[in-house]
Ligand binder design. Structure first.
Ligand code: HEC
Length: 111
């Protein structure tokens, strides 16, 4: 499965992430780098769509993302949003892993 293969490359290893570790996915990332990327690539659109500083998208009830697998899956979908915004700005797996680490630390707290 193409998506599954992509996800495998998406993030780095963090052994204590239960199901994710079991599936071969591991998560860690450079949170500071993720925050900068998130500011540059993600926040603008969330602010437009949700107001405030845009973080409402992560804090709303109900939210779409309820576990770490969904967060990773959503991040892949978000590359579509990213392409829509600017076809020249592509995020690679390492950058996306950093963004996920940042979002997780400040909003979702899955791991
Ligand atoms: C072009 C606009 C746009 C861009 C760019 C964008 N987003 Fe979003 N994002 C949205 C919209 C709209 C939703 C709500 C989608 C829905 O409800 O189905 C959303 C939802 C989300 C969610 C799910 C929130 C929940 O309910 O739990 C996550 C996670 C997320 N975005 C992360 C990101 C990240 C990370 C980036 C940057 C890589 C990003 N987004 C870039 C528009 C955008």
């Amino acid at each position: 499965m193409l998506i599954r293969k992509k996800l495998t490359f998406l993030v780095f290893l963090m052994p204590f992430v239960g199901n994710v570790a079991a599936s071969g996915l591991h998560l860690s990332g450079d949170i500071a780098a993720g925050q900068r990327l998130h500011q540059a690539r993600c926040s603008g659109c969330h602010v437009q769509q949700f107001g405030g500083d845009g973080s409402g998208v992560y804090l709303r009830t109900p939210r779409r993302v309820t576990n770490v697998q969904e967060l990773v899956a959503f991040a892949n979908r978000l590359q579509h949003f990213n392409r829509k915004m600017d076809p020249n700005l592509q995020l690679d797996e390492i950058q996306m892993g950093n963004i996920i680490a940042y979002i997780n630390k400040y909003y979702y707290h899955f791991y």
